[in-house]
Each structure stands twice: as C-alpha cells, then as structure tokens.
Design a protein around this ligand. Structure first.
Ligand SMILES: CC(C)(COP(=O)(O)OP(=O)(O)OC[C@H]1O[C@@H](n2cnc3c(N)ncnc32)[C@H](O)[C@@H]1OP(=O)(O)O)[C@@H](O)C(=O)NCCC(=O)NCCS
Length: 419
C-alpha cells in the first residue's frame, strides 16, 4: 500500500531502498545501537522480505520509518495473530509536523488489510498512539533475584505430594530432560512456549515467527535450553556479574525447578539474576527466602485492530457465561464501530452485531457499555472495569455488566518480549 499525503510518500521499503538512511534515522532517534550493523541489516532485510518495514519519503529523503513483527499473542490459552510494532521514528528536523501520526495511521491501515486482529507496542510517548486507539494494556516485568537464593530452591510441600495434576509434564521424582537449544530449534521453541502459555492460560505473552526466533538464538551471547514442556533463554547482562533471563517458562513443577536450577548454577560468578516473568510467576514461591524484587520495567499498549476477530480468537475462562450489550466507537476503523453484543460461553467469545441477544436475555432494556478503541483494548487485556471507569475509558452499562465483563476478561497481562 502506498499513500501520498502533502507531497510525502508512505510505503513499504523495497529491496534496493537505502538502508543506510534507515540506520542513520535509527541512530539519531535511539542513540547507539544494541546490535551490530550486520545484525540490523539482517533484521531489516527480513522485514523487507515480508513488507513489514514502512517508510516516509519526501522525494528521495527518508523522513520516518516503522517496522512490525508478525507474532502470536496468547490470551487465556489461545493464540491471536498480533503485529508487534517497533522502531517508530521521525527525523528530528521533521518532527511535530504530523509525519509520525500519518505514518502510524498508514501502518494501522496496513495491519487491518493484512488481517491482524491485534497490535502491541512499547510507547516512548503515549499521546501519538492513544490518538490512534492504542492503550496501556500490560507490563514487561523484571524480577530481581540474588543468584545465591536460587541455589537451593524451597522443596515442594510434602502435603501436596500425593495428587496428580492438570499440568502434565515430567512426573514427580522423574528426571527432566533438558538440552541446549539453538537456531535449528526455532519451531520446537514456538511449539513448547505455545503449549506452556496454553496450559497456564497466560494473557499477553507473544512468540515471534520461526525466522525471528532463529536469528535471536543465533546471537553468540544467547544461551538457550529446551525441555519437553519448558524453555529457558538467557545471557550475561553487561559487566555487572548479572544474568538477564529473557524467557523462563515451563508447564510442570519439575521442569520449572530444572530450568531455575540451570540459572542458579551460575551463582558462584553471577551475583544478581534479572528475569522477565509475569506477575504471578512461581519463582516467588520457589525461593528459599522472600528476597524477590519485582518491577514494572515498561508498560505496553494494545490496539484492537479487528474487534470481531480479536474477540473470536481470544480464550475466556470456561466457567464464565455472559451476554453484554456494547456500544463501540472507533473513529479510525469504521468496521469496529456500532452496537454489538458480547457473548461468552464455554471458553469462547463472539461479538454479534446489534443489541438483540442481550435484550432478549435480560429483563429490562439494556443499557449498553460504551467503549472507544482505547477502552476496548484495555478491557481486552484485563484492566479491571473500575479502573477503566475511573480512567474515563468506559461509561454506560450497569453493576451487572461490570461484573460480567470483569469475570470474562480478568487477566494480569504481561509480555516476555521487548520488541
Ligand atoms: C515520537 C515521534 C515518532 C513522533 O513523530 P512526530 O512526527 O513528531 O509526531 P506528530 O507530529 O505526528 O505528532 C503526533 C502527536 O504526538 C504528539 N507528540 C509528538 N512527539 C511527542 C513527544 N516527544 N512527546 C509527547 N507528545 C508528542 C504530538 O503533539 C501530536 O499530538 P497532538 O496531535 O495531540 O498534538 C518522534 O518524535 C520521534 O521519532 N521521536 C524519537 C524516537 C521515539 O521516541 N520513538 C517512539 C518510540 S515508541
């Protein structure tokens, strides 16, 4: 898709476009690079091959660029295609003239055309993204753990030893098989992480495509391990005798222990472990001492690009059965707007046009819940309804609809990937 606005051309990068101009823009916008020039070029070529890098040109001059990753985001046990937006930048001399907004507007059109129900990004500034319907939805959290606390984990409770469990994986006492993983294991990593997120009914974490995972695991600084039901990836963190655990996810108690055991084995050299985990990660219950530090490192924003597809693709708690009338507004994506009825049953959701189903189910006339794209994004991600109301992101409805929506979308959303 190419759009021309006030003499500017916005279109995907093509093979042959000047990538040095992109790297120069990146350097000016974000400072010294965390990757080498070759790694960046590799990244950009992969984006160009899939038309995931958009640029804004004034004639031959590149004034702005943005890329996105094709990801799967897990929502209560189900994976929804999500575009992870990164590297939003405009040349310093061209800022505050509406170029950033025009570029993000074009990106939103591209994501809608290409059928992504969701998009997420880490905002360096929120105003631009809010104006197009992204809203704060979840966090990238970092646990800080003294490495020595991981050396002897708190043993399982003997009172709970007799039962089986829904999680599966290695049985109690059974040796967990853990092996080194590398770029060739990308498909297995996606499959294992997906299965872990499904079983744990996680909300928010996402996986990249196989090519993206292979390039990440090919970096010489990364160490990765794979088990039947778990995955660990970490690296040394600067020069501070610290480890940065980028992913440590497992389904069973045995694999959870085995993976943290590998991290803890570094305690003679590493003093501190920083680990990207969700707010309810079991590590807090595994440490011998209550010395877990936990920080919201950065918030991320979500955009519901297709309300119908996003609701149909998401998982919901199986016991929840609700029918809620909604009045959706969306000044950017007209197909999301209008009266709808949210139906949730048997772990699935549906957004039906009109308010009919809810009116038939209820006794009185329905007072629909009124949401714009920002309120819908935050609700989708599990932001509590009282928070949405007090933030001015939701009106209408009743105490009953508040309780229903709260039960359906309840989540403590987190991300493990900082894109
Ligand atoms: C952020 C950035 C992309 C915005 O580009 P831009 O062309 O200046 O943006 P626009 O002129 O289209 O402005 C769009 C809206 O964002 C607001 N905005 C732009 N830059 C802003 C900033 N630094 N802080 C707060 N608001 C900002 C504008 O006021 C405008 O809102 P308004 O219409 O309500 O007034 C650009 O400043 C940039 O490249 N910054 C450095 C890199 C960066 O921070 N990228 C974001 C990574 S998530």
């Amino acid at each position: 898709m190419t759009s021309v606005q006030s003499g500017l051309t916005i279109r995907p990068f093509r093979a042959g476009d000047d990538l040095d101009a992109e790297l120069d823009l990146r350097h000016r916008a974000f400072g010294p690079a965390d990757l080498t020039r070759e790694q960046w070029l590799d990244e950009l070529h992969a984006c160009i091959a899939q038309a995931r890098l958009l640029g804004v040109w004034d004639g031959a001059e590149l004034l702005g660029a943005v890329r996105f990753y094709s990801m799967l985001q897990w929502w209560h046990g189900r994976a929804v295609p999500m575009a992870g937006v990164a590297g939003v930048k405009v040349a310093p001399e061209a800022r505050r003239r509406g170029i950033g907004r025009a570029m993000m507007r074009a990106l939103l059109d591209t994501l809608a055309e290409r059928g992504y129900p969701l998009s997420a990004l880490y905002p360096a500034t929120a105003r631009l993204y809010r104006s197009l319907g992204w809203e704060i939805a979840g966090g990238y959290y970092l646990a800080e753990i003294p490495a020595r606390s991981l050396v002897s984990l708190s043993p399982p409770d003997p009172h709970a030893a007799a039962g089986g469990g829904a999680a599966g994986g290695a049985a109690a006492g059974e040796q967990v098989r853990v092996r080194r993983a590398g770029p060739k294991d990308a498909a297995a990593v996606i499959a294992v992480l997906g299965e872990v997120h499904r079983r744990n009914a996680d909300c928010g974490p996402s996986t990249r495509d196989a090519d993206g995972i292979a390039r990440w695991l090919a970096r010489p600084e990364m160490f990765a391990y794979l088990a039947d039901d778990g995955f660990l990836a970490y690296r040394w963190d600067g020069s501070d005798a610290a480890l940065l655990v980028q992913v440590i996810q497992a389904a069973s108690a045995q694999t959870t222990r085995a993976l943290w055991g590998i991290v803890g084995s570094h305690a003679s050299v590493a003093r501190t472990v920083h680990a990207a985990v969700g707010p309810d990660d079991p590590v807090g219950w595994l440490l011998g001492e209550a010395d877990l530090g936990f920080d919201l490192h950065e918030a991320w924003m979500l955009r519901v690009v297709s309300a119908a597809a996003a609701i149909e693709g998401r998982g919901f708690p199986p016991a929840v059965r609700v029918s809620v009338p909604l009045l959706l507004a969306d000044s950017e994506i007209a197909s999301n707007a209008g009266p709808r009825t949210l139906l949730v049953a048997d772990g699935r959701g549906l957004l039906r046009p009109g308010l009919g189903a809810a009116a038939a189910a209820g006794s009185g006339p329905p007072d629909p819940v009124v949401l714009g794209p920002r309120g819908l994004a935050a609700l989708y991600a599990g932001v509590p309804v009282p928070t949405l109301r007090r933030a001015g992101l939701m009106t209408g409805g009743s105490e009953r609809t508040d309780a229903d929506l709260g039960a359906a979308f309840a989540a403590r959303s987190f991300s493990l990937d900082h894109f």
